[in-house]
Design a protein around this ligand. Structure first.
Ligand code: SF4
Length: 359
């Protein structure tokens, strides 16, 4: 199936949609991430067909006027470009992803271009996006695309899910946004919008539930092209308007239908866990990776343990990220844990006491 055009993604008024959910066909990803079992019945908050049709119309109009112009949304963006964007955007904001995505697309416009490289190059050019195991996963996916799919990204949810490192969300999102398939795409932003708009709660459940999947399936237009735009528009509303900390309800195109506003904006029933950073192993691992990314030769363990000044470095090259690492003032056992963890996760290799990116 061909990719949807820009007009299809942002076009005008959709027809009314029946609200019968699509039948379930999957519960478990190759990566082992369990997806809640599919619906046997509708959501607890039932919308009438005309209410749902109005929601579709309002959000579709809003999306046509307000959606950000992003290169992976362009009609000529390849399925590979969409796949890379979906992996990069997980837990990382658009503004940080954009330059790295552009660099990757220039360097590796096709999966075969990345598959030819050592996996360490994917990690090197991941930059500071965080969670660098995603770079290894993309490299493994590119290799499988070349070896098992003739270099073409598979065009179905099932085919995508069969790629190493591609989970349920990514498979659904790429099937929808690259191949125009009707798939239930449920990310953090979509969950939050559904929770407020339909369920009337400030936050979704701490982890994805079967009821949320039922709701998402029920809300999605039956028409395939409209379902693609619906997924994109709800996601965009969550990113731009119905944000986690301070929803801009006065700017919201669906405020008249919002169950959370109608309920008097009840507070969340739990406090979301903050993402600690300073002083964590994650911060230290990031600092070690910053050294390995710029290093042109393997880095001796002693360099991580001693201040760069003691090693006689000029303030350039690896000395800069090494200085940043030493400013963390981490305990020796934390450094050891970080280095061991990076080797164990395949993000670094250890040879004769020297560390380097994977070859
Ligand atoms: S009215 Fe406010 S809470 Fe409701 S969907 Fe819009 S932005 Fe979110």
């Amino acid at each position: 199936m061909s990719s949807p055009t820009a007009a299809e993604r942002t076009g005008a008024t959709p027809p009314r949609s029946p609200i019968k959910p699509k039948a379930s066909r999957r519960t478990q990803s190759r990566t082992g991430t369990a997806r809640p079992a599919r619906a046997q019945q509708g959501p607890s908050h039932q919308l009438e067909a005309d209410e749902l049709g109005a929601l579709h119309n309002e959000l579709d109009r809003w999306f046509a006027e307000n959606a950000r112009e992003l290169p992976w949304r362009e009609a000529d963006c390849s399925p590979w470009g969409v796949l890379v964007s979906e992996v990069m955007l997980q837990q990382t904001p658009v503004v940080r992803v954009l330059p790295v995505w552009l660099d990757w697309m220039e360097r590796w416009p096709e999966p075969a271009d990345l598959a030819r490289e050592a996996s360490g190059e994917a990690v090197r050019h991941w930059g500071r996006l965080g969670y660098p195991r995603r770079a290894l996963r993309l490299h493994a996916a590119a290799t499988a695309i070349v070896e098992e799919h003739g270099g073409k990204v598979p065009g179905t949810y099932e085919g995508l899910l069969g790629l190493p490192g591609v989970g349920d969300y990514t498979a659904a999102a790429v099937a929808a946004f690259a191949f125009g398939e009707r798939e239930t795409v449920v990310d953090t932003n979509i969950r939050r919008v559904h929770a407020r708009l339909v369920s009337g709660t400030a936050l979704p459940a701490p982890s994805l539930t079967a009821a949320e999947m039922r709701l998402a399936e029920t809300l999605m237009p039956q028409d395939t092209a409209l379902s693609v735009r619906w997924n994109a528009s709800v996601m965009e509303l969550g990113a731009l308007v119905c944000t986690a900390r301070s929803p801009k309800c006065s700017d919201c195109p669906v405020r008249a239908e919002c169950a959370w506003l109608a309920a008097g904006e009840p507070p969340p029933s739990y406090v979301p866990k903050g993402q600690a950073w300073h002083g964590t192993d994650r911060q230290l691992r990031g600092a070690v990776m910053a050294v390995l990314r710029v290093a042109e030769a393997p880095v001796a363990r002693g360099m991580f343990e001693q201040a760069p000044a003691d090693l006689g470095f000029a303030a350039e090259g690896t000395a800069v990220p090494l200085a940043a690492l030493h400013r963390l003032n981490s305990a020796p056992e934390q450094l050891e844990r970080a280095l061991d963890g990076l080797v164990r996760d395949g993000l670094a290799e250890l040879h004769d006491g020297d560390y380097r990116l994977p070859a």
